[in-house]
Design a protein. Structure first.
Length: 102
């Protein structure tokens, strides 16, 4: 078990994510930035591109008309502490923990 955490620590991506991980972080960041009121995906270019035409992530329109990511809201709840404290890369530790304990 120690090896998994050691390997994860030294291979953790500080500034690079696979697209699925990035979308999960953007979903969570959007929820945090809206003061936990909206599930709309976080997009820095929203003022210039309100229709999300240039966002390279596929979104879904919710019943409220928000552009949301494809992952369940439960994922947002799980990843919120990591994004809120500014360390979304630590999500990998959570994945490693569940890998070891399943």
């Amino acid at each position: 078990m120690g090896f998994i955490f050691y390997a994860t620590y030294y291979t953790i991506p500080k500034f690079s994510f696979a697209s699925d991980s990035l979308v999960k972080v953007l979903q969570t960041k959007g929820w945090i930035e809206s003061n936990f009121q909206s599930q709309e995906i976080y997009y820095l270019g929203k003022k210039l591109d309100p229709n999300f035409n240039f966002l390279l992530v596929q979104t879904i329109i919710s019943t409220k008309g928000e552009k949301i990511g494809p992952f369940p809201f439960a994922n947002t709840l799980i990843t919120t502490p990591f994004v809120w404290i500014g360390h979304p890369e630590w999500i990998l530790y959570l994945s490693a923990f569940f890998l070891v304990h399943t």
